[in-house]
Design a protein around this ligand. Structure first.
Ligand code: GDP
Length: 140
C-alpha cells in the first residue's frame, strides 16, 4: 500500500477539553505523521461549505452550528494506508458503536460532538486538504 495523505479535524468539543495533544498522540501511535496543522475558529459559512455534502441531512444546522462554536485543529496526516488507518483509529461516528481503543470511544460526547473528523476516500481527502491548506503548508 502506498503512502497516502488524509485530512483530519479535532472538533470543538475536544479542543474545549484540551484534548489536542492526547488525540494527536493516538494518531501518531497509529503510525500517522502530522505533516500540516493549524488551529482555526471556522465561521458557520465555512462549516456549511466544508460539509456541503450533508446539506440535505436533518442534522446539517446542528452540525454547522457545533463546528463553528469553538476552535478546531485542522491537520493533514500522512502514512501507509492513511485514510483507512485514520478512520480505524477514529472509531464509529456514534461513540456508542465505537470499538474499544478508538478516539471516539475514549473521548466523544455524542454522535454529533464526536471529537474528530477524517476523510473517507482519496477524492474527499484531496478536496478537504485543499479546502484548508495551500500546497506549501504541507511538509512531509
Ligand atoms: P463521519 O464520517 O464518521 O464523521 O460521519 P458522517 O460523514 O456520517 O457525518 C459527519 C458528521 O456529522 C459526524 O461526524 C457528526 O459530527 C455529524 N452527525 C452525523 N450524524 C449525526 C446525527 O444524527 N446528529 C447530529 N447532531 N450530528 C450528526
Amino acid at each position: 500500500m502506498a503512502i497516502e495523505r488524509t485530512f483530519s479535524m479535532i472538533k470543538p468539543d475536544a479542543t474545549a477539553r484540551n484534548l489536542t495533544g492526547a488525540i494527536t498522540q493516538m494518531l501518531e501511535e497509529a503510525g500517522l505523521r502530522v505533516v500540516a496543522s493549524r488551529r482555526v475558529w471556522m465561521s458557520q459559512r465555512q462549516a456549511e461549505a466544508f460539509y456541503a455534502v450533508h446539506k440535505e441531512r436533518p442534522f446539517f444546522g446542528e452540525l454547522t452550528e457545533f463546528m463553528s462554536s469553538g476552535p478546531t485543529v485542522v491537520q493533514v496526516l500522512e502514512g501507509e494506508n492513511a485514510i483507512a488507518k485514520n478512520r480505524e483509529v477514529m472509531g464509529a461516528t456514534n461513540p456508542a458503536d465505537a470499538a474499544e481503543g478508538t478516539i471516539r470511544k475514549r473521548f466523544a460526547n455524542s454522535i454529533g460532538e464526536n471529537s474528530v473528523h477524517g476523510s473517507d476516500a482519496p477524492e474527499t481527502a484531496a478536496e478537504e486538504i485543499a479546502f484548508w491548506f495551500a500546497g506549501c503548508d504541507v511538509v512531509g
